[in-house]
Design a protein around this ligand. Sequence first.
Ligand code: NAD
Length: 499
Amino acid sequence: MAIKSKRALSSTVRTSYDLYINGQWHSPHASERMECHSPLTQELLTTVPESDDADVDAAVQAASKAQPGWANLSAKKRQAVLEAAADALVAQLEPLALLETANTGKPLRESRANVFTAADRLRYYAGACRVFEGVVVPVTPDITSYGLRQPLGVVGIIGAWNFPLNMFVGKIAPALASGNTVVYKPADTTPVTTLEIAALFGSIFPPGVINVITGSGAGTGAAMVAHPGIRKISITGSTRTGQRVMAAAGATLKRLTLELGGKNAQVVYPDADLDRAAQGILLGAFLNQGQVCTAGSRIYAHASVADALKEKILALVPNLNIGDPFDANTRMGSLSSRAHFDRVSDYIATGVREGGRIICGGHPVRVEQYPKGLFMAPTLFEGVDPQARIAREEIFGPVATFDSWDDEDAMFAQVNAVEQGLAAGVWTGSLTRAHRASRAIQTGRVWVNCYNLYPSGAAFGGSKASGFGREDAFETLLDFTEVKNVIVDASETARGFYA
Ligand code: NAD
């Protein structure tokens, strides 16, 4: 397909959306709407409702009504529905990927990969929900205790803007597989594929099982957290938002999964394969324009290899191909919104003010097809003070720092000095070092000789200020259920306590 027609296809974004509740488009009670702008042209892309309390309640009511029926389906039937949903996603690969790129500015090749990841999550949980087991305790020959694992009920799920498509599908899949129904709110700026997929799934799932409402965090998101009919909130967002949600969730004692921000390190040992490390480090730092919670934005190379590694990294930077995200050769597209672009630009200016030296990038890039696009060159700093803001705060853009070390314990201390603890990369040829570093680094995920891989079944989540709870894995299913203990006395006569 010619690139031009791909762009035309991406303009099939509807000019406005309603909510998706109870298996159909639903006119909002709220009259206010939020505008979503194209990151490529800054033009108005679409508008979505700023859902109010009544809209949140309508979604919760629909989900509550649907929940017993959905939970009472056999796991085999739920498996079949989830697999059908995965097939439907893959069948719509191209239109969905185009919409995702139009709304986020990310390269089309990444949007396509995101559709496959999303479909794989559905397939993984479709199978996993068949293998739930409960513990049976034979208390006496007559008395048996067993654990009945049951869904929580209605769960509220709130997404971030950086991977809207596979975040929606990946987060709802375990909730649905374990028999819950869902009220989902996408991020304010990137709701398009979530709403389209909700409608696509409308003919696959029973009405009310998946409900999508839109709106701001402070309004709609907070109303979800406060709603007494929602039993759990699973949210992906910044650490600040996680703190707010956790404080508010106490009022209704909601369970929580908090997938929050990161300030992640990539550590290079002297025995690393430097060519492989250089490629992996770039992928770690600049995938999705660095707008990844796990972005490996602090590079620590052993002093004996630091110069050689830096040279290899700088030699690869031109291959990152910043440009039209709809072009198959593009590896870096546009940042996601004007506000975020300004924030990243501020961080770069702050890094310079704080004494950091820019060794590549540090400036916007003009892309001919999209003169108003938000393209930022991949940026590397060196000589950054560990106390500088760019060394401690999540930038969430294509900005990384390069540093060297010679004492392993001091390096671990520096890696762990940030408040967050999401992910890390370790590049080494030694298994001993790989295991030692993996134990010493305080994060929920460590990649060894790879980066930014998210296979289904591998538990993903943070520690420290990066949150808690694990996603993408079997234990996620458990987090969406609770165990009811049942004790059965099968003896023929009463126990006679009061006889
Ligand atoms: P954000 O915290 O601003 O918003 C995330 C979501 O929470 C949005 O839908 C927003 O509307 C909602 N929200 C905001 N305040 C709320 C409140 N008080 N109550 C309820 N909902 C509220 O984050 P963002 O800018 O959309 O995304 C970027 C952040 O997400 C980064 O910090 C990034 O690291 C993090 N993130 C984490 C992961 C992970 O898996 N750990 C993955 C992707 C992104």
